[in-house]
Design a protein. Structure first.
Length: 255
């Protein structure tokens, strides 16, 4: 008998979703119909799912993603990929190669047209999860990959994201992440501009032109961007404070 997996099902048609959920449950899987797509972007699952079945016809409202992302299921998938490697199989109502290619480029692990053949869907779920489990075995967690916490903030090295308690997940560039990690490792300590500059330009391959600019101006630009992502007011910063003539300090309450 195949292994039992926790599957999320995101689709627009309740009848079709219910029918597919019943079929998958009969094969031993736990299936949850997702009616709040924002949960995907918050990544706050008490019981993390193993795989998402995403129907391209799922309706989205502007508040789900914001105007910058558009309003389709592939935009949701691209937003999800900013902070999560959750395996995703896209279900499309049209058997069109262009749709499948677009889904794969947007971050899908596989794509299948509907109506699905149950045996094929089960085989594809098993194949995607086999590849995912193999990747996990090849890249075991290390101390350096564990999330860091500072006050109400949480920094995740694996997804290179920042999050405040119950807030949205914020993606960081490589240089932003290195600076944020330094702040997390030494909260309430002044970090010199020269040290922050060395961190920002540590890996020139991964740093964009603005981040690699010489001198403290590059650090100031990075800090300004971090403040924006933290929702910090540069005129009266609450989290990242400027220490004149020296550098910056990340202020969080004592544990």
């Amino acid at each position: 008998m195949s292994a039992c997996h926790h599957l999320l099902l995101a689709g627009a048609d309740p009848t079709a979703c219910q029918s597919l959920a019943v079929t998958l449950r009969a094969r031993g899987h736990r299936v949850e119909w997702l009616d709040d797509v924002q949960r995907l972007l918050r990544a706050d699952w008490p019981d993390p799912p193993d795989l998402l079945l995403l129907n391209l016809s799922i309706p989205l409202r502007p508040e789900h993603l914001g105007p910058a992302h558009g309003l389709d299921a592939l935009a949701l998938l691209r937003a999800l990929r900013l902070h999560s490697a959750l395996p995703v199989i896209v279900l499309t109502d049209v058997d069109d190669a262009a749709d499948r290619v677009l889904a794969l480029h947007s971050g899908a692990d596989d794509c299948l047209s509907q109506p699905v053949v149950v045996g094929e869907l089960l085989a594809r779920i098993a194949a995607v999860l086999r590849r995912w489990r193999g990747h996990e075995r090849r890249a075991p967690a290390t101390v350096a990959s564990l999330p860091l916490s500072a006050g109400a903030w949480r920094l995740c090295p694996l997804s290179r994201t920042l999050r405040r308690m119950n807030g949205p997940v914020v993606p960081l560039t490589p240089a932003e992440f290195r600076l944020m990690r330094a702040f997390f490792e030494r909260p309430r300590h002044v970090l010199e501009r020269s040290d922050l500059l060395a961190l920002a330009t540590e890996d020139e391959v991964a740093v964009d032109a603005a981040e690699a600019s010489a001198g403290s101006r590059g650090v100031d630009l990075l800090v300004s961007r971090l403040r924006g992502k933290l929702g910090d007011d540069a005129r009266a910063p609450r989290w990242i404070r400027t220490v004149r003539g020296r550098g910056y300090r990340f202020d969080v309450p004592e544990a």
